[in-house]
Design a protein around this ligand. Sequence first.
Ligand code: HEC
Length: 243
Amino acid sequence: MRILVLILALLPGLAMADDKRVAFYAPPALVESGLIRHIAPRFSLKTQIKVDLVNDPAQAELLLGPEGRALFSGLGQVWHMELRSETKGAQRFADWLTSQVGARTIQGFAPEGTPIFTEPKVQEAAVARVEMTGDAVAGQGLSWAKCGRCHVTERGKGSFGIGSTPSFFVMRGFDDWQARFTGFYVLKPHAAFTQIAEVTDPFPVDRPSPIAPIELTLDELEAILAYVAILDPADLGKPLQHQ
Ligand code: HEC
């Protein structure tokens, strides 16, 4: 009997019904930004409810993503919250996220000194001008999260790029931008720190990545390409192709 109880407790689906925990999903860009690591302990400390980050949105009682109530903006998009369960843990976390304290905690997250997230904003007119596919929206967030350490990937986000590294807008201006973005991971300097799932070999044991590696799937790279495709190329002093 004991063993059965133990096994049941270990099954994630059943453990979810607990009042003292909430199965929570956040898209990778948000997790990688460090936001979840920032907010979850603060919520747990107050409520004694543990936030269990799940990898599969289908398993989540509460999730952040494109659907539901607009919660905050950042990384180039508006993030929404969707509550899918009535367990006490999930309700409390939803209440907290939508409370003033929750909003202040999210907006107070500033790993590099500058806050990343703000109140939810409707897409600006300049952005809305271009029809963004779902992929391009994802690509914008991914570009910022994965490449923004070195490249400027969005207008108005200059502070994150490294000055000597070409911005996405400049690179979009090259005739062969598509080829460059499709194969960037075999080019210097990226090969030393970039892994594409199921494509690249692991780093050689004697030459580990010198910096926190970039890890991407081919789908994610495609989303980045969809985003770069809709960028206005920076003016390189030659006529734009589409005019
Ligand atoms: C650690 C810093 C760093 C990161 C992170 C980084 N890049 Fe780069 N990237 C560079 C530098 C530096 C260059 C310029 C290389 C040169 O001038 O030869 C470059 C050049 C490029 C180029 C042009 C290559 C060419 O043909 O000349 C592309 C395309 C590119 N990066 C895409 C990306 C994408 C996509 C990401 C994110 C998934 C990314 N980079 C992340 C540093 C970085």
